[in-house]
Ligand binder design. Structure first.
Ligand SMILES: Cc1cc2nc3c(=O)[nH]c(=O)nc-3n(C[C@H](O)[C@H](O)[C@H](O)COP(=O)(O)OP(=O)(O)OC[C@H]3O[C@@H](n4cnc5c(N)ncnc54)[C@H](O)[C@@H]3O)c2cc1C
Length: 380
């Protein structure tokens, strides 16, 4: 057993950190306030190779495995303060590129992947509906096959990247009686008649990652835009969720590392009376607890990424990783804010933004309660 990155993985991690520090942090306070997505940052990440980490070289990517994804994203999270941008890129890769890569036809791969890797195309994944959040498979959006086309009707909500997206991965019911096996997955291009992209939804955190609703009103798409088999959407979604739950928080390990360094520095330099605040056991114990959460989260991430690198099914380990890392990440942001005292609450000190961004992690990709349902159902 070897629990450390290889020299090459470590080199990728370091260069990701340096790239992120140099290229992705400009005017983050202002962009967060205005809820502004960075097209420049998106393109810089694509030029660095981020969107193509998992895509084979012959399709324009770096052809690396999930352990490299974990290492590179950890470096990115450590260097990048624009958590919204990286969340958008994670959604683009893990819920859009991965399903096309694993289940798409050669034609679909050729048509979309190159642009998705080069930064030309932005993708969004549309599963959630107003009445089917945690019950992800109870979809009301329908797709009916008609003369070589599918006709989509319905609506989606909370679609990350939708306001800026060029293509949408959309899940719809093709057979109401089929339940899980009655769902199918489609590619819908942005200018398709009958597709409506709603106004941007304002969020508490991850404000630089845009989100909106989608509407489908007799939206006709070619039958060739079906990804995988008709009725295979449920399996496709759960396999894509496994990737997402296993890897979406990799950058958050880097964020936790960066916050711990900031807290150590603050605890050593902030003096009240004659003493640095780190001399108080209450602060020192918070630091210790932050370190424990960081290291246990890292191990959970590595195990999930390692299993996916071995191409193993990892439903249990990816849910364990999603649940434990998100809860640890939120707790570390809360502790960081407490260590910084009143300054932590002030926008200028950039801790309150980290906490706002972190709070979403126990909601997206299945809430913590849903992860507990999955874990217990696999154990009982
Ligand atoms: C920042 C962000 C980005 C997102 N991006 C996307 C995206 O790109 N695409 C997309 O399709 N969706 C996206 N979502 C939606 C996300 O997947 C849903 O918000 C999530 O699945 C929960 O659904 P809900 O919000 O409808 O909550 P609900 O399902 O209404 O749940 C409300 C509460 O009840 C609990 N609950 C519900 N059912 C159960 C149960 N069976 N057992 C125990 N507890 C339960 C939940 O855990 C939660 O605490 C995003 C959400 C957020 C916050």
């Amino acid at each position: 057993m070897n629990l450390s990155y290889t020299t090459r993985q470590q080199e990728f991690k370091t260069s990701a950190l340096e790239f992120a520090q140099a290229e992705l942090n400009d005017s983050i306070l202002e962009r967060d306030r205005n809820g502004e997505f960075s097209f420049k940052g998106w393109k810089a990440c694509a030029d660095f190779g981020l969107q193509g980490i998992l895509v084979p070289e012959e399709l324009g990517g770096l052809g690396l495995d999930p352990l490299y994804y974990a290492a590179i994203m950890e470096g990115i999270g450590q260097g990048c303060k624009d958590n919204g941008l990286i969340f958008s890129i994670n959604a683009h890769i893990l819920t859009c590129i991965v399903p096309i890569l694993l289940h798409g036809s050669n034609e679909q791969k050729k048509r979309y992947l190159e642009g998705m890797v080069s930064g030309k195309l932005i993708a969004a994944n549309a599963m959630t509906e107003a009445d089917s959040g945690s019950d992800a498979y109870g979809l009301r959006t329908t797709a009916v096959k008609e003369n070589g086309h599918y006709v989509l009707n319905g609506s989606k909500t909370f679609v990350t990247n939708a306001p800026v997206a060029d293509i949408f991965i959309v899940y719809a019911t093709t057979n109401k009686a089929g339940g899980f096996f009655g769902l199918s997955c489609f590619l819908v291009e942005k200018n398709t008649p009958g597709l409506f992209v709603g106004e941007k939804i304002e969020k508490m955190g991850l404000r630089t990652s845009p989100m909106s609703e989608l509407g489908f009103n007799n939206c006709r798409i070619p039958a060739g835009n079906l990804i995988g088999e008709e009725g295979g959407g449920g399996i496709l979604f759960s396999s894509s969720m496994e990737w997402e739950r296993g890897l979406i928080l990799a950058n958050c390990i880097g964020i936790m590392d960066r916050l711990l360094s900031d807290c150590l520095n603050y605890a050593n330099t902030r003096k009240i009376g004659d003493q640095p605040i780190g001399a108080h056991q209450s602060i020192a114990h918070k630091i210790a607890q932050m370190k424990v959460r960081l290291e246990t989260s890292r191990l959970m991430l590595y195990k999930a990424a390692w299993l996916k690198s071995l191409k193993k099914s990892a439903a249990l380990d990816t849910s364990l990783a999603k649940l434990s890392i998100s809860e640890a990440y939120i707790e570390n942001c809360r502790d960081a804010l407490q260590i910084f005292g009143g300054y932590g609450y002030m926008v200028e000190y950039e801790i309150e933004r980290e906490l706002r961004d972190a709070l979403a992690s126990s909601l997206y990709s299945g809430t913590s309660e849903v992860q507990k349902n999955i874990i217990s159902s696999l154990l009982l």
